[in-house]
Write a protein of this length. Structure first.
Lengths: 636, 152
């Protein structure tokens, strides 16, 4: 089943997104950017940023803003305006439609747009690792039938089945999930790179209706940059007496700096524009350095900002609505990141606009959501649950050992091998726990069961495999299996994941609150388990060594074991650690003397060994430090 | 009765194929995600410094411009050392001097008289980070004298 991509085919930039596991994802192009300049050089087959870079070299062969020509007649006054401004040649094609002529060949706007769509398609296929055949493409709300079918044709030329053409403001509203509203009026304010649109939508039963649109087809971010550049040129001329407006290289650097300053001033109140060696005259090199404050920027572009207000008023008037009728305001286009723009829109409608989705990508995201709905991707999204709390079992010393961490997506399973805590222990109790606390007693016990029939063996030898499995219905299956006998016990816990939200929050909060003391308690238990384990090992080792153990070493170890045993339940973590360390050192003495004997003497099991394969005569094997005989709990 | 059971059988079959479809789709999504995660990890390893490096480039430009004016020996060594650090991080310079104009690595700022489609004057160096373009070179490109159209 192929995916349906959502494409925002923009005047200055285009963007593509897709639904992935129920979430919209913007697809980066081959150059690694999330948006692609809508610029095409058909003769050299360049699209996007590469086409833009050679625009100066091939002005007549480089088509930009082709969207303005889509589905328009050559005689259209809008087209006649463009002919005056645009360096490429616009001609009259079949049926009087506006076309582009490059090196004697006539291209329809559809064909040129198709090149952009082809690139987006190819980049998407590369990114997704699958063939793409279907797309949803967005168009401005004011596009007429001819313009819409031209857009659809462009998609077909690019090898895409255009599943639907949707309005840009509708896509933006979809991206914010506004289709779930029952009956509401929505305003969409779209201030992009080169155009400004405002649309009033009405939503009812998941269907959007465009009530009115208005705007200014020649107002956008580039005009804002231009204002900053002009200010820099004027200031520099006044201060340094040099006119930069004729110097292409300087202009390019000014443009870079202006754009950077504009972006910075969306998050800071002041920025420095620094262009060293911007020019030189007889006196030597000249540098440009100006501070630009947000307030100054707002003053520079005030006229542009004011121009966005009348279209809002007109759109409302055409829709027969007043400001108070508007329930939601959605922002689209990079310029809406400017705090002043937000303020103007907020003041106008008396409402905080929706933000959060990247305004450069929001239309493509909405188109992808529409694509997901059409492809069944969204309707049938498996709402995968997560386990709200950690699940685990109680182990030696009352510790809660996690098997499945909280926020793991279900279905999932986890297994771990545990062992016995005492010699000849024939049963283990599995206490299934839920919660974030370190100690079993502080967590919720969901159920417990006993696995018996374990063959008598030294502690740490039996292997009990505990398996947790949460199925798609959220039912937890816990099983414990003795690997030696194959004996198995299990329980099912229903609704283990279906806790009330408040309860989950309470448990998580409590765990956070107690995390420091819990950690201390856990450390203490760990230390106690370690101490206990070492006393066990020491005794075993002494027994194994028999009379080969030097008497003084033997006495020393026995003394230290006793000391440790006496305080096992009462000592502090530090004391336990110190005493354990002391015993461990004495053990090393034993090990050394035994090793020395072993050189000449007969074979003996290594008294301090940690191998797992058992030796038949002594059972002197022990597992690593964290085992020990504490109440019949299973241990790690 | 019979008809009824057929309908149930049919709808069950539909349901099965629907579920199978969804399952395959989820698996495919996951496989692709895995691939992408490993690719992204590689990219992260190779391009972790990309943002920092691209922010350092204008400073290098300025130092080099300063050197053109000052021709200072100390500055010369400073620039050399600075460039060495950038090179060690995988940055490579694109030298457009005397080359054909190439939109893949160069950005044309201005057309001037000169050999057609040749880089007449490099204005700003371009840089690659492990074969990925992180900044195109800026150049002036040649065109034939104004009287004749440079179109072919």
């Amino acid at each position: 089943m192929a995916k349906i991509i959502g494409i925002d085919l923009g005047t200055t930039n285009s963007c593509v997104a897709v639904m992935e596991a129920g979430q919209p994802k913007v697809i980066p192009n081959a150059e690694g950017a999330n948006t692609t300049p809508s610029v095409v050089a058909p003769t050299s087959n360049l699209v996007g940023v590469a086409a833009k870079r050679q625009q100066v070299v091939n002005p007549k062969n480089t088509v930009f803003s082709v969207k303005r020509l889509m589905g328009r007649k050559f005689s259209d006054p809008e087209v006649q305006e463009l002919i005056k401004d645009y360096p490429y040649t616009i001609v009259q094609g079949n049926n009087g439609m506006a076309c582009i002529e490059i090196e004697g060949k006539v291209y329809t706007p559809q064909e040129v747009s198709a090149k952009i769509l082809s690139k987006l398609k190819a980049d998407s296929e590369k990114f997704l690792g699958q063939t793409i055949t279907d797309a949803v493409i967005t168009v401005p709300a004011y596009f007429n039938d001819a313009q819409r079918s031209a857009t659809k044709e462009a998609g077909q030329i690019a090898g895409l089945n255009v599943q639907r053409i949707i309005n840009e403001p509708t896509a933006a509203a979809l991206a914010y999930g506004l289709d779930k509203k029952t009956s509401e009026k929505i305003a969409v304010y779209d201030l992009g790179g080169g155009t400004y649109d405002v649309s009033i939508l009405e939503i009812g039963d998941g269907v959007f209706e465009v009530k009115a649109t208005n705007g200014d087809t020649h107002l956008g971010g580039d005009d804002f940059d231009r204002k900053i550049i002009d200010w820099l040129i004027t200031s520099f001329k006044a201060d340094q007496g040099v006119d930069l407006s004729g110097d292409r290289q300087a202009l390019q650097r000014l443009k870079d700096a202006a754009e950077k300053a504009k972006i910075e001033l969306s998050s800071t109140l002041e920025t420095e524009i620094n262009i060293p060696f911007i020019t030189a005259d007889a006196t030597g090199p000249k540098h440009l350095n100006y501070k630009l404050t947000r307030a100054k920027l707002e003053q520079l572009v005030d006229a542009l900002l004011q121009r966005t207000i009348a279209p809002m008023e007109n759109a409302l008037k055409d829709a027969g609505l007043s400001k108070t009728d508007i329930a939601e305001v959605v922002m689209v286009g990079g310029m809406t990141r400017m705090p002043k723009v937000n303020e103007i829109v907020k003041n106008f409608f008396g409402k905080e606009p929706h933000k959060g989705v990247n305004p450069d990508e929001v239309v493509a995201v909405g188109a992808a959501i529409q694509g997901g709905v059409l492809g069944g991707d969204v309707k049938d999204v498996l709402l995968l649950d997560v386990t709200p709390l950690t699940l685990g079992i109680e182990t030696m010393g009352g510790v809660s050992t996690p098997l499945i961490k909280r926020n793991t997506t279900v279905p999932t399973s986890a297994q771990q091998i545990f062992s016995t805590a005492a010699d000849n222990q024939t049963s283990v109790e599995i206490n299934v726990l839920q919660g974030e606390r370190e100690m079993a007693g502080d967590n919720k016990s969901l159920g417990r069961f006993i696995l018996d029939g374990i063959m008598p063996a030294p502690r740490g030898m039996p292997q009990v495999e505990v398996k947790f499995d949460i199925d798609a219905n959220g039912i937890l299956h816990v099983s414990a299996k003795d690997k030696a006998t194959g004996k198995e016990q299990k329980i099912q816990i229903q609704g283990g994941t279906g806790l009330a939200k408040e309860e989950i929050e309470r448990m998580v909060k409590e765990a956070e609150m107690h995390s420091a003391e819990d950690k201390k308690r856990k450390e203490q238990v760990d230390a106690r388990n370690m101490a206990d384990s070492l006393t066990y090992t020491a005794e075993k080792s002494l027994k194994d060594a028999g009379d080969k153990a030097p008497a003084d070493v033997k006495a020393e170890i026995e003394q230290k074991v006793k000391e440790l045993r006496d305080v096992l339940q009462t000592a502090s973590t530090e004391e336990l650690k110190t005493k354990t360390e002391a015993l461990s050192q004495s053990m090393q003495k034993l090990g050394q003397s035994m090793y020395g004997q072993q050189q000449q003497g007969p074979q003996n099991p290594n008294p301090n060994g940690g191998q797992t394969g058992g030796t038949d005569n002594s059972g002197g094997n022990n597992s690593n430090g964290d085992t020990g005989p504490v109440e019949g709990e299973v241990v790690n | 009765m019979e008809e009824n059971s057929t309908t149930t059988g049919q709808s069950l079959e539909e349901r099965i194929s629907e579920l199978e479809n969804n399952w395959k789709r989820a698996l495919a999504d996951y496989k692709n995600l895995e691939k992408r995660v490993s690719e992204e990890k590689e990219a992260l390893r190779d391009f972790a410094n990309l943002v920092l490096l691209s922010r350092l480039l204008p400073i290098l430009d300025n130092l080099e411009m300063a050197q053109v004016h000052l021709n200072d020996e100390g500055l010369k060594y400073t620039i050399k050392e600075f460039k060495q650090v950038l090179e060690d991080e995988g940055l490579r310079e694109i030298d457009p001097t005397n080359k054909e104009f190439d939109a893949a690595t160069m950005e044309a700022v201005e057309m001037v008289d000169g050999e057609e489609n040749k880089v007449i004057e490099p204005l700003r160096k371009g840089y690659l980070l492990r074969d990925k373009l992180i900044r195109p070179a800026r150049v002036k490109v040649g065109k034939k004298k104004e009287n004749g159209e440079s179109q072919t």
